[in-house]
Design a protein around this ligand. Structure first.
Ligand code: AN0
Ligand code: CP
Length: 352
């Protein structure tokens, strides 16, 4: 069992099968550890908007018997300066370097949502804001989407894929001797059928969005037992730190062939192959609508399930019919955010 002081990357959770077993345990009884968090307080700090992360992480803390404080930095707190050395004569009244140790006085762990600025790649990819919380709070810290990662989302996505992957083909099942009859759905299939084919596809969007969701999704899929393919227009190559040796296929149709899961997401230029364009939209989105996931795209797949982390812009990322189809997993995926957060906060509590 790995006790966590920081939750940012997939390695922070240790063995993924163990983590999935814990997710299954929480799913069977989400209040199993309700005594663990008694008189412990989680502080959730939001520098950016949120619906799912805000609600599911609060619910997770309540499942564990904790108290929760939510701080919306832009709605009532002093505006915070995050860079050291600046003369603070603008609209920012307080520096993060005082605010962090003060916030840490009132809680036992801190969750942080702080999106990429998308102007300074080095600043974003150094996780400058998150790391200041780690360094100056002295408390366990976890990411609720930081500049480059969204691990609570990726963990929920992995749980969702495990729960919905196709059952092994009969011939393979016969040949399989490793899968116990009573094995949990979250862990089944390991010794049996082929790994599911999971495709991360870029899709158009009118605004510049961070790379945190695709970065974490790629990182987690690389660590999981799946056949993982990434597809996007040229110029949107993800950072090698996250995409690793994953297969990249620029032809979206080819990528979709035989897919069991289509995971759609927009992201702005990661600045890997085009450093000067970091954080930018590379083409007018009106010219990229052939990347929108519609019924024809889904017809290229192996009756794939559709996934998106939400919030999603309909008829931009995905058409109404695809997101409303029985093969759409967007709601169970969001529901699993409560499960992933409960496992992560439980691990942190066990280490305090
Ligand atoms: C954010 C993003 O793309 O990172 C949050 C996703 C969970 N999305 C938007 O800002 C629309
Ligand atoms: N998927 C996700 O993190 O949603 P929110 O931005 O609403 O929290």
């Amino acid at each position: 069992m790995i006790y966590m002081k920081s939750f940012l990357n997939v390695q922070d959770l240790g063995d993924l099968r163990q983590a999935l077993a814990e997710a299954q345990e929480i799913k069977e009884d989400r209040y199993k550890y309700v005594e663990l968090g008694r008189n412990k307080t989680a502080l959730l700090v939001f520098f950016n908007n949120s619906l799912r992360t805000r609600l599911s992480t609060q619910k997770a803390a309540l499942n564990l018997g904790m108290n929760v404080i939510v701080l919306d930095v832009n709605a009532g707190a002093w505006k915070l300066e995050t860079e050291r050395g600046v003369i603070m004569d603008g609209d920012k009244s307080e520096h993060l370097l005082e605010a962090i140790p003060v916030m840490a006085c009132y809680c036992d762990m801190i969750g942080i949502r702080s999106f990429a600025g998308l102007t300074d790649r080095e600043y974003d990819y150094a996780e400058t804001v998150y790391n200041q919380f780690v360094r100056y709070s002295g408390k366990p810290v976890f990411a609720m989407e930081t500049a480059t990662v969204h691990p609570l989302q990726a963990f929920a996505d992995l749980i969702t894929i495990e729960e919905n992957k196709p059952t092994p083909f009969p011939s393979q099942r016969e040949g399989c001797i490793n899968v116990a009859e009573n094995q949990s759905p979250l862990l089944s299939g390991g010794g049996g059928g082929r790994p599911p084919k999971v495709v991360l596809t870029w899709a158009p969007h009118p605004k510049s969005l961070p790379q945190a969701v695709p970065n974490s999704f790629a990182e987690w899929m690389n660590a999981a037992d799946v056949d993982f393919v990434v597809t996007h227009p040229e110029g949107y190559e993800l950072d090698p730190k996250f995409v690793g040796n994953a297969r990249v296929e620029y032809d979206q149709k080819k990528a979709f062939e035989d897919a069991d899961f289509i995971y759609a997401k927009n992201w702005s230029c990661p600045g890997v192959t085009r450093p000067e364009d970091y954080g930018k939209i590379l083409h007018d989105y009106h010219t990229m609508t052939n990347w929108t996931v519609d019924a024809e795209h889904m017809s290229w797949t192996n009756n794939a399930k559709f996934m998106h982390c939400l919030p999603v812009r309909r008829n931009m990322i995905v058409t109404d019919d695809v997101i409303e189809a029985p093969t759409s997993l967007v709601i169970p995926e969001a529901a699993n955010r409560e499960i992933s957060a409960t496992v992560v906060l439980k691990r942190i509590l066990q280490g305090i």
